[in-house]
Design a protein. Structure first.
Length: 189
């Protein structure tokens, strides 16, 4: 890049584009590794998380050193930012493909609790009903676990039956025994 008579001229060469592509690729790798590392941290896999942190830091250092030396290089700056964006998306795709993740869903309702639990079971979800006392009287609390990719399906079933039911969705760190959705070897307790 150069300035001629106060006019900004951007020189686009094959080498510049290849280098920007290299930075983009490294940035995608950086964010993808970061996403997977966070999954390992959430699952308490310290050794894998530490190993990935090393590679994440190495890639970040290489990319950042090549971008911050010339912030007027728009091609490299765009490659850096687009690589972060695409890497975040790629990391999430990898997470869903490489890891089986579950959520625990709690549904609390004054009405139609039995109907919700039955519909969930018919759809292949486990459902445990508990009677309780809420602020306004007796409630049914239904607990279920689902693969993250199936949570929306479960929520749709609940909404179709009781749109104003209270629903809480939490990340499940681990599921051990019981009716585990998506597991052909699931035991029933």
């Amino acid at each position: 890049m150069q300035y001629e008579k106060d006019v900004f001229i951007l020189e686009i060469t094959v080498e510049a584009l290849l280098f920007a592509g290299f930075l983009f690729t490294l940035r995608v790798m950086n964010y993808s590794v970061s996403t997977i590392r966070l999954v390992f941290i959430a699952r308490n896999r310290r050794g894998f998380a530490a190993l990935l942190a090393f590679f994440e830091a190495l890639i970040f250092a290489i990319v950042t050193a090549n971008v911050v030396t010339d912030l007027t290089n728009i091609i490299n700056l765009l490659a850096y930012c687009l690589g972060a964006s695409f890497g975040s998306y790629t990391g999430m795709l990898l997470e869903t493909r490489l890891f089986t993740s579950y959520s625990t869903i709690t549904i609390i309702t004054h009405e139609r609790g039995k109907e919700i639990a039955t519909a969930l079971r018919q759809a292949g979800f486990g459902a445990t009903e508990t009677k309780g006392e809420g602020r306004d009287g007796q409630v049914t609390m239904i607990r279920s676990s689902a693969l993250n990719r199936d949570v929306q399906k479960l929520l749709d079933i609940v909404r179709d039956i009781q749109p104003d039911a209270f629903v809480e969705v939490e990340a499940a760190r681990a599921l051990i025994r019981g009716w585990i959705p998506g597991n052909p070897n699931a035991s029933r307790i």
